[in-house]
Ligand binder design. Sequence first.
Ligand SMILES: [Fe+2]
Ligand SMILES: [Fe+2]
Length: 140
Amino acid sequence: MLKWDVVYHIGVPVLDKQHNRIIELANDLVVNILRCEDIEKERQITEAALAELVAYTANHLQEEEGYMQQYNYPEIAEHKREHEILMTEAQRILAESQQGKGGFSFDALMVMKKWLEEHILVCDKKLGAFLQLAEQKHEK
Ligand SMILES: [Fe+2]
Ligand SMILES: [Fe+2]
């Protein structure tokens, strides 16, 4: 199981803290599903945890986009598109769960989790490097 790790560090403390929380929420969700033996109970736990993860992630993405706008990040369009794809998928999994069609697919959740982690490692890292540089210039 992937844990919050220094590899996820993008060098912007506020965003790092949020990424840490997102990974924590996603990990807990997966662990709870794997541990639970009662399907009905599992459904209730995961639905609440999934809703929390999706809401927290949505807020984080918005805040991140705020930074991109503020610092005129040149790759804002591409980065925002990635966020949209991620949120569409997250909302779909959440809706699937809330419609009570026997819960959502565990595979879909794992795909989303992997997606989140990769997004941090690739897109957010790039943004982090840019923001750090912008900060340095600002301080001079
Ligand atoms: Fe991002
Ligand atoms: Fe992010």
